[in-house]
Design a protein around this ligand. Structure first.
Ligand code: FHN
Length: 482
């Protein structure tokens, strides 16, 4: 039988030790201002941008689809089918990166319109190319013809729009001479790896120093055995990063404990401030989350985070798909982070522009159901998803039932029950009817909310429902009958 945990397809491990863990979490569940803000971000934007964006998953008319794991992985084109001298050809793109059309302020304005409260920006992906002029690397934006500091422009523009910034940082570098994938075995490998650790440390401290006000670091490429085994180093480094930027948020991908456990340590405690394993997938239920904060990062194509010039034959998530994912994440206290992959000039695709606008329109009209709303401890109605705040429920209706009514199940002994409802957008009232169906031994009772007919609404919509004491319910129903 499949256990709930085995559905979690990332490399999350079950507790393997009852011994105290020395290199476990540095902080417990935080309740400071930064984490409270994280819990109400609701919606974020992810941007994958780098040398790969110039290619759009193809080279000289040849598609890399099927030859590399994803568009931003094009440097790893299968050598059997790759263009001649491919890795060197790719690395030389650093001399050409010159996005004349790049306008960080336009990106930030669009993110604001989309309703994003935070952005995760790729400062350096696995190809090692740094989008800031790092003093510790020769492979940076400073080597390219582009005169600016891309990371600096993005951070400044998003902060000016009031959008919090998280910096994506890949530890793994495919082409760094000191990078070692396995646990170093020889003296020479140990020396190289020690240099790589110091290089990583220097770049991270450099980022925090150059870009004050950054709210979090979003780590990637931390799965190789060399990094996982570097638990003493990473434990110390986490202390340094937190000291350098008080309040900094670090997800669970950063480091492993001394037993090789990642995301959670060997006793099951979260290694970081929030769970970062929900990439391209949603938790099946709240219980899976063990009470952890989390976000779900989601590309529009099935996989592929960097620009793809030719998307023919790829399913691209629609605005409706994303709205459903957003509300599903919120119904389980998580954030949805929607990825875009601008092209080499900084332009988003027509599809990206369209879906961001659709999500933005929904988010604007239904903000109360998204940002400060949390999980509601009621059975999920068949027609949609619930969030709530104080004495208000928000039901995001994804499909109108054949009965024309949304049915909410509420425990018979509930102290707060639905008494009135309306469309959140526009405020049109909707009738609430208490249905005491009387199923044998049923601990629940039911409330039907008359919904607008499917022809009268476009896409998902939110019903705002007032809760009050059952006495008020009785009074209200009586009033309604008089
Ligand atoms: O390998 C990367 C991939 O290219 C992309 O950056 C995603 C985004 O979450 N992270 C990695 C895989 O986990």
């Amino acid at each position: 039988m499949t256990s709930a945990r085995s559905l979690w397809t990332a490399d999350r491990q079950l507790p393997s030790s009852t011994e105290p863990v020395r290199f476990g979490p540095l902080v417990g569940r935080r309740d400071d201002e930064a984490m409270r803000a994280f819990r109400s971000y609701g919606l974020g934007q992810f941007i994958h941008w780098g040398l790969y964006s110039m290619l759009g998953d193809e080279w000289e008319g040849r598609s890399a689809r099927g030859h590399a794991p994803a568009s931003e992985w094009i440097r790893q084109w299968n050598p059997e089918t790759a263009p001649e001298g491919w890795p060197e050809v790719y690395d030389a793109l650093a001399d050409q990166f010159d996005p004349q059309g790049f306008d960080a302020r336009a990106w930030a304005r669009q993110a604001k319109e989309m309703g994003a409260r935070y952005v995760i920006f790729t400062t350096k992906h696995h190809d090692g190319f740094a989008l800031w002029p790092s003093e510790h690397s020769g492979t940076t934006i400073a080597r390219s013809p582009y005169p600016g500091d891309i990371v600096g422009e993005v951070v400044g523009a998003y902060q000016a729009e009031g959008i919090d910034v998280f910096l994506y940082f890949s530890v793994l570098e495919w082409n760094h001479p000191d990078y070692v994938r396995h646990v170093p075995r020889t003296e020479e490998e140990r020396e190289r790896w020690a240099r790589f650790e110091q290089y990583t440390r220097a770049q991270l401290l450099e980022l925090l120093d150059r870009y004050p006000g950054v709210k979090g670091l979003w780590f990637d490429g931390t799965w190789d055995p060399s990094w996982v085994a570097a638990h003493e180093f990473t434990h110390r480094l986490e202390q340094e990063l937190r000291a350098a930027a008080p309040g900094l948020i670090i997800g669970s991908r950063f480091r492993g404990d001394e037993h090789g456990s990642r995301h959670v340590d060997s006793t099951g405690a979260l290694l970081g401030d929030y769970e970062q394993g929900w990439e391209r997938k949603m938790p099946p239920n709240l219980e899976m989350l063990d009470g952890h904060d989390w976000d779900c990062v989601m590309p529009l194509p099935p996989n592929g985070w960097g620009h793809i010039r030719d998307t023919e034959g790829l399913y691209l998530k629609t605005g409706d798909d994303l709205i459903e994912l957003l509300m599903r994440a919120r119904s389980m206290n998580g954030n949805l982070v929607i990825n875009v992959g601008p092209d080499g000039d900084g332009a988003l695709s027509a599809h990206e522009n369209r879906v961001l606008a659709e999500v933005g329109a929904f988010a604007r009209e239904n903000a109360a159901a998204i940002y400060d709303a949390r999980h509601v401890d009621l059975p999920e109605p068949r027609c949609g998803l619930l969030t709530g705040a104080d004495d208000t429920l928000y039901l995001t209706v994804l499909s109108v039932p054949v009965t024309g009514a949304a049915r909410l199940a509420v425990p018979r002994d509930a102290e707060r029950v639905p008494i009135a409802a309306r469309l959140l957008a526009g405020g049109a009232p909707l009738a609430v009817t208490w249905q005491d169906i009387g199923y044998d031994l049923d601990p629940m009772t039911y409330y039907d909310i008359a919904l607008p007919s499917a022809g009268n609404v476009e896409g998902a919509f939110v019903v705002e429902i007032d809760l009050a004491a059952p006495d008020a319910r009785a009074r209200d129903l009586m009033d309604a009958a008089m």
